[in-house]
Design a protein around this ligand. Sequence first.
Ligand code: TYD
Length: 197
Amino acid sequence: MYIVLEGIDGAGKSTQITALKQWLEDSGFEVETFVEPTDSEIGILIRKMLQNPSATDENIQKTLGLLFAADRLLLMDKIDSEEYCNKVIISDRSFYSSLAYQNPQNWIADINKFAKKPDIVLLLDLDVDIAIERCSGEDEFEKKSFLVDVKNKYLDLAKNDKDIFKIINANNGPKKVQSDIRKAVAPFLGICVSGID
Ligand code: TYD
């Protein structure tokens, strides 16, 4: 079982992953969490490049896309290994992040063909204005138009992959978001949801 959380910056993925992991462990599952970009050398390089917000040039975007894909390739090897075959994998981001954040989208899709398709993608859908409030200190105008674009791309991806995407309203408080996440995940794992509303 490969569960992925996606969403724009500030959507609250990491808080929700911690709570989801705890609930699944309490329900008797063995759970492993991953984050993209990973902490590999490629992941470290990616984070360094992301600190330069002026990197909007198409070839830099493509280079970033290649690095995200390379980092992901190593992660896919790990996820497919025997060590994790009986575990529930929860991942903070996946190739869907590359499709939403990097350009051009067709090219990004081609270089990510190797990537394992998640069983379920929980898209934490947050208003961009709330996201901006959460990520203070950045150029708000530029950031807003970028995040609107990413949010719309996520919603298009969800429309095209209705079977695996579950859209979760992330404007709600963290408890309600967690409750909605559990309701979405429970049928996939054959478990009941109780005591969280
Ligand atoms: P991070 O600080 O971990 O942000 P978050 O907590 O929101 O995930 O940095 C990850 C950043 O990398 C985030 O802005 C999204 C971006 N990203 C891409 O642009 N493409 C990708 O394929 C992935 C996995 C992440």
